[in-house]
Design a protein around this ligand. Structure first.
Ligand SMILES: Cc1cc2nc3c(=O)[nH]c(=O)nc-3n(C[C@H](O)[C@H](O)[C@H](O)COP(=O)(O)OP(=O)(O)OC[C@H]3O[C@@H](n4cnc5c(N)ncnc54)[C@H](O)[C@@H]3O)c2cc1C
Length: 496
């Protein structure tokens, strides 16, 4: 319980989580003093390179940041979704748009019912991705489709951009290493630096990454493991400078013997990483498998992680965000999206309590944030439970043992009814991050069987084929990522 309104916030950590938290809080509460303390000696995690649509929406719509500055400093590329080498299809695309639940034709059923052999052209964005195109051509300039894209961004460039935005918004940033936390009952009173400085605040944001200095080490909040749903715990990471490879408008997720590998598309660099279970493969064997598929890969490094979340994210006067609040493997690149959700709920908590959060509001915050973490866990779990691509011991174990948590009712409904929009009602709270379309994209993409109550008529098949052909033809006339990047650097281009 806070005995008076919060007047000052100290954020511990200057990775993407800490900086975005500081910026968001300062923008929403301009009268608050917001400072960041971070250690350049400890550095940041240096990975975290894909986003969902929530991230651009937050930066540009909610925070009102300049897209021109973002493109010039962070140097992102657009990400329309994921290309999966997963399940029995040769490949499928999961875009951020409504591929399977949509009804934009005269067809009686949702589009998901008509995706049989290929689902590439089930909407325009998927058709674009399938042809390595990014946006339709508006006379040499991209016609950017709102709500259709996230970004690929290198961690250090994102941090550089966020630091500039923080300072411009009046956030103080200091470089120091915290070596001790001074407690006052259940609250944090101050952080003590190695240089002997004592830093006080009313509210502390723990954005110290995997170190979880406040929520974990100082407060000892219990860890809720996701190890019954997600079996991976390491990633071997590398990459190479781009030469002639086209910049693809999506992240690739490829099934590997003991996990999966990503490919992330930066303008000048291709980033590859293999997420694996150390119980199923050694570090050396994982590296060999990754290098075998990517002979050009340079130096690699191994990052260890554990999947799960803290039981409560808001404890006493500490709120944990980013990797200190929880972590799941980057299969759907959800970390920055989850961070945005946490920051929005936190903002609402502070507004509605006039900066003096009550116990019941804090309890509700913890419940809501916990539910979104659990929904991410379950969404990732279905990727493992239903992936029939390989028959290695790891994948056999995934298909047999992955727990699907709160999705059991929804999956049973899908098995009986297919991609009916009615299934939305059975999705658990917290699943808004993906929406029904996300679940359907994975289930249909992996050809998870459902009982069909009749087949499409000839006329329905013709309408579907025409619709898909129109998407394919439009996509063919569209611009590549490289063409779009050139166009937005042209003096005549204007960001909307
Ligand atoms: C293999 C892998 C792939 C990932 N891919 C994605 C992805 O595609 N998309 C995505 O959204 N996310 C991804 N993530 C998650 C990504 O790491 C986070 O989204 C994001 O970078 C947030 O990190 P952070 O700010 O919480 O932690 P960090 O970047 O680790 O920052 C922690 C900060 O705290 C500071 N700090 C810690 N202890 C102290 C101390 N004692 N004193 C002072 N300062 C301190 C550090 O100096 C640093 O500034 C991935 C993670 C991994 C491991």
């Amino acid at each position: 319980m806070f005995s008076r309104p919060i007047g000052s916030i100290l954020v511990l950590g200057g990775g993407s989580a800490g900086l975005l938290a500081a910026l968001t809080l300062r923008r929403r509460f301009p009268a608050l003093e917001v400072r960041v303390v971070r250690s350049t000696d400890l550095g940041t995690i240096g990975v975290g390179e894909g986003t969902t649509v929530l991230f651009p929406e937050h930066l540009f719509r909610h925070l009102g940041l300049s897209m021109a500055d973002f493109f010039s400093i962070a140097q992102p590329t657009w990400k329309l979704g994921l290309r999966f080498f997963w399940g029995p299809r040769e490949r499928f695309f999961y875009t951020f748009t409504n591929q399977f639940d949509a009804r934009v034709t005269d067809l009686p059923l949702a589009h998901g019912f008509y995706c049989e052999e290929s689902c590439d052209d089930s909407d325009l964005v998927s058709a674009l991705a399938a042809r390595d195109r990014c946006f339709p051509d508006g006379g040499g300039f991209p016609k950017i489709i709102p709500g259709s894209f996230g970004f690929h961004i290198e961690n250090q460039k994102l941090i550089a951009f966020l630091e500039i935005a923080c300072r411009a918004a009046g956030v103080g940033i200091s470089d120091a290493t915290i070596e001790r936390v001074e407690m006052c009952g259940e609250n944090v009173a101050a952080l003590l630096t190695t240089a002997g400085e004592r830093m006080e605040a009313d509210l502390f944001v723990d954005a110290s990454g995997f170190r979880a200095e406040l929520i974990g080490r100082a407060l000892g909040e219990p860890w809720v493991s996701f190890d019954r749903a997600l079996f991976t715990d390491r990633a071997v990471i590398g990459g190479w400078e781009r030469t002639t490879e086209p910049i693809l408008p999506y992240t690739t997720a490829e099934t590997m013997d003991a996990g999966w590998a990503w490919q992330i598309e930066h303008e000048h660099f291709i980033n590859r990483g293999y997420v694996y279970a150390s119980s199923a493969i050694s570090d050396d064997a994982a590296r060999d498998e990754l290098v075998g598929k990517n002979p050009g890969i340079g130096d690699t490094r191994v990052v260890k992680f554990r999947s799960g979340r803290v039981a409560r994210n808001f404890v006493g006067n500490v709120v944990a965000v980013g990797n200190s609040s929880g972590f799941v493997e980057p299969l759907e690149a959800t970390a920055l999206g989850q961070l945005v959700i946490e920051l929005r709920i936190l903002g609402d908590v502070l507004v509605d309590t006039r900066l003096q959060p009550t116990d019941s509001m804090v309890a509700l915050y913890n419940r809501m944030v916990g539910e979104t973490w659990d929904a991410i866990r379950d969404f990732l779990a279905i990727h493992y439970r239903f992936n029939t691509r390989l028959d290695t011991p790891f994948w056999r174990q995934c298909r047999a043992d992955t727990e699907v948590g709160d999705l059991a009712d929804f999956l049973a409904f899908f098995a009986e009814n297919g991609p009916s929009g009615m299934g939305r009602r059975l999705l658990p709270t917290g699943s808004e991050l993906f929406g029904l379309q996300g679940y359907l994209a994975l289930l249909i993409g992996m050809r998870v069987p459902f009982r069909s109550s009749g087949s499409a008529s000839q006329e329905e098949r013709r309408i579907w084929a025409d619709f898909a052909a129109r998407n394919g033809a439009s996509a063919k006339r569209s611009l590549t990522v490289a063409q779009c990047l050139t166009a937005v650097r042209h003096p005549a281009w204007q960001w909307v």
